[in-house]
Every structure is written in C-alpha cells, then in structure tokens.
Design a binder for this molecule. Structure first.
Ligand SMILES: N[C@@H](CCC(=O)N[C@@H](CS)C(=O)NCC(=O)O)C(=O)O
Length: 198
C-alpha cells in the first residue's frame, strides 16, 4: 500500500497518523499538488493529496474516505466507533474540523494561486468559521473523556496547522480547554513523527 502525500498537508497528516497508530504497512510517497506530479495526475483528477493506493491497485481519494478505509483494516486502536450514534457524533466533529481546514486552505490557496482574490473581507469571513468551529470544539472537549478518535486526529492537525501557518492567530486564549487538550496530546509519537516542521 502507498500513501501519496506532502508532509505539510493537514489532510494527508491525518491519514499518516492513523497508519502509524494502527501499525499499517504503507509506503509514504512524496507527491506535490503544486507541480505536475505524474502519480498524482494519474490517480486523482482533482490533483489533491492525500491519495491511497491499495495493494490491489485500488485508488482511494479524500482524507475522510482514506481514514475510514484504514480504520477498517484492523481494530487496534479503533478510530470510528461501530455504534451508529457514537459513529455519527465522531463524523459530525470530523466534518466540522474538515470545514475549518477547508476555510484555512481557501485563504492559503487564494494567496498562492489568485492573489487578487485575497482580501481582508474574504479572510475574515473564512476565519470566522474557523473561530466558531474552535469555540464549539472547546466546549465539546470539556464534556468528553480522554479519547483519540478520527475527529481528534483531525482537530490536532487543524490546531497544529494554525500554529504553523498562521502563527499570529491566537486560538489559545479563547479556547483554554482545547489548548490543554492539545498540549496534553502533542507528545504522542504518531504526532511528533508527522510534525510538518521536521
Ligand atoms: N477534501 C480533501 C482535501 C485535500 C486537499 O485540499 N489537499 C491540499 C493539500 S493541503 C491539496 O492537495 N491542494 C491542491 C489543490 O487544491 O489544488 C481531503 O480531505 O483529502
């Protein structure tokens, strides 16, 4: 199995974390969405990372589908519960995290590909979505036991990406419970091994 990815992609990082956590044998293959990367062009018409190529050649795109597939390969540890309501709750949080990531990426992409689209009003609109997702997660995390499910992996990748890419954005002061959770979980080996600053 092969994961096409770039280490700075928070979407790809989620899949890499799950591979490490579950001890899955998978080759990590660098692929750039910014260059005409042949493997990426051949596997994902959207030219986005991550892409998973299974041992039988099956191509799986989009981090949520990839993570769900990886989770189904073995049950130690599980990242998605099987009980329908608990599973829906994890998927809801995962969708919120994904929406916040998409908002951030839209800002970064505008700067990179179409600077004329990059305005303060556009950035404020998108960052207000990031802010309200973080406020929701800050409340939610205080009501949950220690866990590390698919939404938690995404949440960590989102917060670390904010710290890494938009260091002036202070998400910590207004979200103390989320900050404590983040600091507590950060030394986990799968997270340090996938740190994009490495
Ligand atoms: N929904 C996709 C988003 C993936 C994504 O946007 N990846 C970025 C890297 S962080 C990318 O490849 N961008 C290139 C592009 O949008 O052309 C997923 O969850 O995998």
């Amino acid at each position: 199995m092969k994961l096409l990815m770039t280490p700075t992609s928070p979407y790809a990082r989620k899949a890499h974390v799950i591979i490490l956590e579950k001890g899955i044998n998978c080759e990590i293959t660098p692929a750039s969405p910014w260059e005409n990367d042949e493997q990426l062009l051949a596997t994902n018409p959207l030219r986005k990372v991550p892409v998973l190529i299974a041992d039988d050649g099956e191509i799986i795109i989009d981090s949520r589908t990839i993570c769900e597939y990886l989770d189904s390969l073995n049950s130690t540890p599980p990242f998605l519960p099987t009980e329908p309501k608990a599973r829906a709750a994890v998927k809801n949080r995962t969708a919120l995290v994904e929406g916040a990531l998409d908002s951030m990426l839209s800002i970064i992409m505008a700067k990179r590909v179409a600077p004329e689209m990059d305005s303060a009003a556009w950035r404020d609109w998108l960052m207000s979505k990031v802010g309200s997702v973080l406020a929701y997660l800050n409340k939610d995390i205080a009501t949950r036991n220690d866990s590390f499910d698919l939404s938690d992996v995404g949440c960590f990748c989102l917060l670390d990406m904010l710290s890494f890419r938009i260091p002036d954005y202070d998400w910590r002061t207004t979200n103390p419970a989320l900050t404590a959770w983040f600091e507590n979980i950060a030394p986990r080996s799968s997270l340090t091994q996938t740190d994009p600053r490495r």
